[in-house]
Ligand binder design. Structure first.
Ligand code: PEP
Ligand code: MG
Length: 760
């Protein structure tokens, strides 16, 4: 990067900052420093008046002035929105006026003696995107100020923001009031995990706190920014080439934009220029970002605004690198009941949060069956996805009332809003209590059919839900979760300990362990697979495909499971079986491990029951070949639907496109159920679909007798089962399937309503 010569604006600002540097470092009182600041600015810009107003108790108070009457200091006060000063602060905008009195908001303050002055320029002093004061200059002669002067003022305003923050002059209560003035808001999104939550906004990637704004050594600051740019570009290049982001869709668009900005010479030149004006690297990045933000306000093009948000993201990334403040909110720790805000998250990132304080999650992206959502569901954390712009409409610490069932979040709610929310929460807790009362009741339909109602789990703590919900067992234990939450590959002994603990906690209830399903959106950071860089990881080298080739991994897991199940029945199932031979190989690997253990005289399981997951449609075409070898089959509707519809389950743009109750899926499921029944093989559904009451009802109607669902859904689904006349539903089903309308949801809903099935 060549160093451009400093611009005129940089030179003007630098002159002021050089003089301010010693003032800032001195031991004088804050008031004395502000008095000097107005002198320095006034002299350098040859302005007759220079004044600083600070927000105190929600009001802007004249704190220091050169040129106006000194007796007005601490006397002249303006409310937010009042006069030119109040307008600048309220709108966080710059005013540049040749004739101040001609502005509609002008307000005469006779005690200041400002009648003499015609021209006026004022800039907000900003902290955390809110005005905490105003810096203004005035001249007798009517003239508009040059951009150079405005730029210099804006730069100096940043330094003043630091000075007043260091002096404790920022009125936190008043700025909080200012935030509250931006008023309550309602944001809408897509329900990803149902539930209600109350908590304070926490950003997954917290904003960097800038401690120093005036540079000690400009060349050193320049070097820091260069190195940060280099690191950021490397990160972006790596992300672009990495598997987890390579799957197209919005990530791809975002990354392309990131890349464009990361290499944008204009951006780096502006930052460089801000450093030339005497700012530190951090302050320079922020200064340029502030300017962009101000411009953005004037643009009314949503597309362009989206792009600007990407630039903001990137700017924050650069700030984090340069300041070394790299931690996520999880690493910093949650201090109160919190609602987490992020563009998107990985499952491992979510699991880093303290479960006791994490009450909800709001994502700008997100889709129903992404693994982070499955994890959130298992944690019982409501999630609202696809909330556009949330990171710009919510400030850190804002109170949020999340109601994902209603697809909305209330931001900075009023008292009555809070009351209504609490009342609804109480009702929903009552309903939950009613479901909990069903815990010891069997999952039997009204016409006497016993359904096996099991739950999904993946972590040690999840297993406690067996007792709480009264589920019949664990129908899907996602063993890869242990791999996801570990910092390194979990050794066999650790795996074995987990499996044994899980089986012991489950007691007599069966636990179906699924062998690791790594890859796709479950990439392990510490495992450098050849899968990295795949264009389409969900359809790539994952799950059983990876396990059969990396058989050391699968052998260790088989040994861990077999030894953990000593003296018990072991249920194992394999993910992503596409052809029967894959199942045979996996099964043979387990048998070989069993043999190895027996040879050494160690106790193994009393019996191993083997199952396969049906999530690749191809397997359905050869079911007749595999069924005789299976003890059970489990349909994974998350992957199955993504492959049936060729619609990436993690792509937010497709999140609402296809319905689980579409004829294609239902016919497919019906066919599989019939074949399994004919072959005498137990068949169930373990995808997220089964956790929704109407969908669960439909699955039972299609001939399934086993569901494995997220723990929170066990109560509502059991209530549904107990209110259902299954024979009647199964009678009606073939008619719907044969002449399926586009939307099967409606007839199913009306059937449920007519027959009083509990589906809400
Ligand atoms: C599925 O694909 O439906 C499933 C249950 O497995 P996972 O969600 O872990 O891929
Ligand atoms: Mg799957």
């Amino acid at each position: 990067m060549a160093i451009p010569p400093p611009t005129a604006a940089a030179t003007a600002a630098r002159e002021i900052l050089t003089r301010l540097h010693d003032v800032m470092a001195g031991r004088a009182s804050a008031q004395a420093k502000l008095n000097t600041v107005v002198q320095v600015i006034g002299e350098t810009l040859h302005s007759e008046v220079c004044s600083i107003y600070l927000l105190r108790d929600g009001v802007l108070e004249l704190y220091a002035t050169r040129g106006l009457s000194q007796s007005a200091v601490h006397v002249t006060k303006l409310a937010l929105g009042e006069g030119l000063i109040g307008t600048i602060a309220r709108n966080v905008e710059t005013l540049n006026l040749a004739e101040a009195t001609a502005h509609p908001e002008f307000k005469h303050k006779p005690e200041t003696g400002e009648d003499l002055y015609h021209s006026f320029a004022g800039v907000p002093i900003v902290r955390r995107e809110q005005a905490v004061g105003v810096l203004a200059i005035q001249h007798e002669a009517p003239r508009r100020y040059d951009d150079v002067e405005i730029e210099a003022l804006q730069t100096v305003a940043m330094v003043i923001a630091e000075l007043i923050a260091a002096a404790g002059l920022v009125d936190e209560a008043a700025t909080a009031t200012a935030a509250a003035r931006s008023g309550p808001a309602q944001l809408t999104g897509l329900r990803l995990v149902n539930g209600m939550a109350r908590g304070h906004a926490v950003f997954h990637q917290p904003r960097v706190v800038i401690e120093h704004t005036v540079a000690e050594d400009i060349e050193a600051e320049r070097a820091r920014v260069y190195s940060a740019f280099r690191q950021m570009r490397e990160q972006i290049d790596r992300m672009t080439s990495q598997a987890e982001f390579g799957a197209g869709g919005e990530h791809q668009d975002v990354l392309e934009t990131y890349k464009m900005f990361a290499y944008d010479e204009g951006w780096s030149r502006r930052i460089n220029d801000a450093i030339s004006s005497g700012l530190t690297a951090e302050a320079a990045i922020e200064r340029v970002q502030q300017r962009t933000r101000m411009r953005m306000r004037e643009i009314d093009d949503p597309l362009l605004r989206d792009r600007m948000h990407d630039l903001e993201d990137l700017s924050n990334r650069l700030l984090r690198i340069v300041s070394g403040q790299l931690g996520t909110a999880a690493q910093l720790g949650l201090r109160q009941d919190s609602i987490l805000i992020a563009r998107n998250l990985g499952p491992a990132e979510l699991l880093e949060y303290d479960r006791r304080r994490l009450k909800g999650v709001i994502l700008e992206e997100g889709s129903l069956t992404a693994h982070v959502i499955i994890v959130a569901r298992a944690m019982g954390v409501p999630v609202l996805g696809r909330v556009r712009d949330v990171r710009h409409k919510v400030s850190e610490g804002d109170l949020l009332l999340l109601d994902s069932g209603q697809q909305r979040v209330l931001v900075r709610p009023t008292g009555p809003m809070e009351e209504a929310f609490e009342a609804k929460l109480a009702v929903s807790q009552k309903r939950r209590a009613a479901f909990a009362a069903l815990r010891d009741e069997p999952a039997v339909t009204k016409d006497g059919v016993r359904i096996q109602l099991m739950m999904n789990a993946g972590l040690r703590d999840d297993v406690a839900a067996l007792d709480v919900t009264g589920a019949d067992g664990i129908g899907l234990f996602r063993t890869e979760f242990q791999f996801l939450v570990s910092a390194s590959y979990p050794q066999r002994e650790r795996q074995q300990r987990l499996y044994r603990d899980v089986m012991e906690t489950a007691g007599d209830k069966p636990v179906v362990f699924r062998t690791v399903d790594i890859g796709g959106d479950k990439a392990l950071p510490y495992m450098k697979t050849e899968g990295n860089g795949e264009e389409n990881p969900a359809m790539g080298w994952r799950a059983l495909r990876l396990s059969l080739e990396r058989d050391a991994l699968m052998k260790a897991q088989a040994r861990a499971l077999i030894e953990a199940a000593a003296g018990r029945v072991l249920h194992v199932m394999f993910p992503m079986v596409s052809e029967p031979w894959e199942y045979e190989e996996a099964r043979a690997l387990f048998e070989a491990q069993l043999h190895w253990i027996a040879e050494r005289g160690r106790m193994g399981p009393t019996v191993i029951r083997y199952g396969a997951m049906l999530e690749v449609p191809a397997l359905a075409e050869v079911l007749d070949q595999i069924l005789p070898r299976l003890d059970f089959l489990s349909v994974g509707t998350n992957d199955l639907t993504q492959f049936l519809f060729a619609a990436d389950r993690g792509n937010p743009r497709l999140a609402e496109r296809y319905d689980w109750l579409s004829p294609a899926i239902l016919r497919f499921l019906a066919r599989v159920a019939a074949q399994c029944r004919a072959a005498g093989v137990t068949v169930g559904v373990c995808g997220e679909m089964g956790g929704r009451t109407l969908e669960a009802m439909t699955i039972l109607g299609l001939g399934y007798g086993r569901l494995s669902i997220t723990p929170a859904a066990v109560g509502p689904v059991k209530a549904m089962i107990r209110s259902l006349d299954l024979a009647k539903l199964r009678e009606a089903m073939p008619g719907w399937l044969a002449e399926a309308p586009r939307d099967l949801r409606k007839p199913l809903q009306s059937w449920a309503a007519k027959h009083k099935v509990s589906i809400d």
